[in-house]
Design a binder for this molecule. Structure first.
Ligand code: AMP
Ligand code: ZN
Length: 141
C-alpha cells in the first residue's frame, strides 16, 4: 500500500519510536501520549481492519500485546510510575473510531481517574433481543 503511513512506519521507511520489532510486527509509541506508554502494534503487511486480518495472525498479535502489557507494568513500576490498569483496544471502521486504515492494536496504560473510557454506555439487556442476537452471531460462525 503506497499511501499507507502505517505500512511505511511498520517497514521502517518512516522513522518511529520503536519498542519492539520482529519479522511480522513492529510496536511503536503512539504520537498521542495522552496515556504515557500508549503503544501501537502494527503488522508489517497491510490489512485495513480485523475483517481482512487473518485469524492465524491474530494469536501472534495478542501474544505481543500480552508481552508488552507485562513490560509496561514492570517497567513503569520500576520507574516509580506504577500503572493502575491497562486496556487493549482495536478499532475497526470510522464509527468505531478507526482513523488509520491499517490494522493495529492499541496498548493503553491506565491510571485511576484518567477518565479516558468507557467506550460504550450501559443499557439493560432485553432477554428476547439477546436470544435473537445469539441466533444472528452463532448462525454466522
Ligand atoms: P485509530 O484511531 O485506532 O485508527 O488509531 C490511530 C492512532 O494512530 C492514533 O492514536 C494516532 O495518534 C496514531 N498515529 C497517527 N499517525 C501516527 C504516526 N505517524 N506515528 C505514530 N502514531 C500515529
Ligand atoms: Zn498499511
Amino acid at each position: 500500500m503506497d499511501n499507507c503511513i502505517f505500512c511505511k512506519i511498520a517497514n521502517g521507511q518512516i522513522p518511529s519510536s520503536t519498542v519492539y520489532e520482529d519479522e511480522e510486527f513492529r510496536v511503536i509509541l503512539d504520537l498521542n501520549q495522552g496515556m504515557r506508554g500508549h503503544m501501537l502494534i502494527l503488522p508489517k503487511e497491510h490489512y485495513a481492519n480485523i475483517y481482512e486480518f487473518p485469524e492465524e495472525k491474530a494469536g501472534k498479535a495478542m501474544a505481543i500485546a500480552s508481552r508488552l502489557a507485562k513490560a509496561a507494568k514492570k517497567g513503569f513500576e520500576a520507574a516509580h510510575m506504577p500503572l493502575d490498569g491497562l486496556n487493549i483496544l482495536q478499532n475497526n471502521g470510522e464509527a468505531a473510531g478507526q482513523t488509520v486504515m491499517h490494522y493495529h492494536l492499541h496498548v493503553l496504560p491506565r491510571h485511576a481517574g484518567d477518565d479516558s473510557f468507557p467506550v460504550w454506555s450501559e443499557k439493560t439487556a432485553d432477554a428476547e433481543e439477546m436470544q435473537e442476537t445469539l441466533t444472528i452471531l452463532k448462525g454466522a460462525l
